[in-house]
Design a binder for this molecule. Structure first.
Ligand code: GDP
Ligand code: MG
Length: 460
């Protein structure tokens, strides 16, 4: 049976086709659809236009349930009841979570507040396994998380030295795009694990940066923007934040203190507050915040916050203080990652991200969102590591931009990327870059599997 959860705060229904194991959902893909309603306005089903987005094969878990059927146009219908009097288009694209094998594990649909999902659940009731948010207690942190059981201080003292507990835990960096989350992460880790660019939405993978000290292991989670601006960017940033919260021990609500709060800051602030976890207001970019004191009041008013600090992720100001405050709030426990590990991204993933960053920094607005890097070869040849990578773009015109006149742009991108890759890998590298047009790769599951979205399979 398809199981459903409902999140009141996010106004989101989630239909599970298969059990989702921790870390199993590798890719997300969007598609349009509608709610099917009975005469009383109760939700009697969902229709999702998967044609051109997902192959029937990818829907095998969904179609193993009697409630689901697929027609020739590729419309997937999930029925909670037989009646259907009308249909209401979804205000935001539905989001399918795909497993590494490309099969959809479940789908999330989000509605506007006026639609009031909570009052339309009569037919879904029997399938509802969980309701989050609203007046309910916040959901417990999922058991499957990497949190090891925390020993009591007395029990901990009895442990051998190498597993002596330290302050350890997950710290979510939450905030709208461009406030400086990735910059902060990189500043703490002293090397790039998360790419930075002046264009919003450059982080695609949920990067974890791991900071080790003698007395602490701080695991930063930089919330990714998995979705494109055209499809309700704000909404999805909020969703990304919502997902990171339950697994975190400390929340950093990060804002750009040089500008006043916007609606997105307010929405994220609401979510953060509702989690009732230790939260620090991080006012970033104070190096250029001339009227910071004024905006400070406005950001403060979005709270209450347990603590606040003004920092500059760029100059480093305030970062020491912030770290102390974070560490203080972490529980005691054994380290969750080896001390020499800085990130849970593989080296290949980091290299691909570095190349993508250089493309983003060097090209104009129309190119960036369609760029995906594919590492094709990775081979030690004598003293040098030979890396062949393909820069996939969506259009011929983008290819021309990335290559540039007489190949100048690609050379520039390659040189900048190679410099940082050599620093990362600490060895000479020969970087061989190719540019390929993969039309509409973002809509093609086969391409998605090939591209950055599945590079976890290539772990070195
Ligand atoms: P994210 O989307 O929140 O991860 O933001 P990024 O870390 O990618 O930063 C977005 C932009 O803000 C980049 O151009 C950064 O260089 C810039 N930035 C980040 N932190 C600071 C800061 O403290 N001061 C200034 N002036 N710029 C910053
Ligand atoms: Mg970022």
């Amino acid at each position: 049976m398809i199981e459903v959860t409902f999140d009141r705060d996010a106004r989101a229904l989630y239909c599970y086709f298969a059990e989702i194991q921790e870390g199993e959902d590798a890719t997300q893909i969007e598609c349009d659809g509608s709610f099917l309603l009975d005469a009383a306005g109760q939700i009697s089903g969902l229709r999702l236009a998967t044609g051109g987005v997902l192959l029937p094969e990818a829907l095998r878990y969904a179609l193993s349930h009697p409630q689901a059927e697929l027609d020739e146009q590729g419309d997937l219908t999930i029925r909670f009841a037989a009646e259907q009097a009308s249909a209401e288009p979804l205000p935001y694209p539905a989001i399918f979570d795909l497993a590494r094998n490309g099969a959809a594990l479940g789908v999330e649909v989000i509605a506007e507040p006026e639609f009031a999902i909570g009052e339309r659940l009569a037919h879904i009731e029997p399938l509802l396994v969980e309701v989050y948010g609203g007046d309910e207690e916040p959901p417990p942190a999922p058991e499957a998380q990497a949190h090891a059981p925390r020993p009591t201080p007395e029990a901990a003292a009895a442990l051998p030295a190498q597993v002596q507990p330290v302050r350890v835990g997950f710290v979510a960096l939450l905030g709208r795009p461009n406030v400086g989350k990735s910059t902060l992460l990189n500043a703490y880790l002293g090397r790039k694990v998360s790419i930075v660019s002046p264009k919003p939405q450059t982080t695609r993978l949920p990067v974890r940066g791991i900071l080790n000290r003698d007395d602490a292991q701080v695991i930063f989670v930089d919330t990714p923007g998995l979705h494109e601006p055209k499809s309700g960017l704000g909404e999805f940033m909020v969703q990304a934040a919502r997902r990171a919260i339950p697994d975190s021990d400390v929340l950093c609500f990060m804002v750009d203190a040089s500008v006043p709060p916007g609606p997105l800051d307010e929405r994220i602030a609401e979510l953060v507050k509702r989690a009732r976890k230790p939260t620090i207001l991080v006012l970033n970019k104070i190096d250029r915040a001339r009227r910071a004191d004024v905006y400070l009041q406005q950001y403060r008013a979005l709270g209450p916050w347990e603590w606040e600090v003004a920092v500059s992720a760029l100059t480093g100001e305030g970062l020491g203080t912030l770290l102390e405050e974070i560490v203080k709030r972490l529980p005691l426990g054994p380290r969750l990652f080896p001390v020499d590990q800085v990130t849970d991204l593989s080296l290949r993933e980091q290299v691909a991200e570095l190349i993508r960053e250089k493309v983003l920094l060097n090209t104009q607005e129309e190119v960036p969102h369609g760029v995906a890097i594919e590492i094709e070869e990775w081979e030690q040849r004598g003293a040098r590591l030979y890396i062949r990578a393909t820069v996939n773009v969506e259009r011929e015109s983008h290819k021309a931009i990335v290559i540039g006149e007489h190949g100048r742009m690609l050379k520039k991108i390659g040189a900048a990327a190679r410099f940082e890759i050599e620093r990362l890998l600490e060895q000479p590298v020969y970087l061989d870059l190719w540019v390929k047009v993969r039309k509409d790769w973002r809509r093609d599951p086969a391409s998605l599997r090939w591209l950055g979205y599945d590079i976890r399979n290539l772990k070195s």
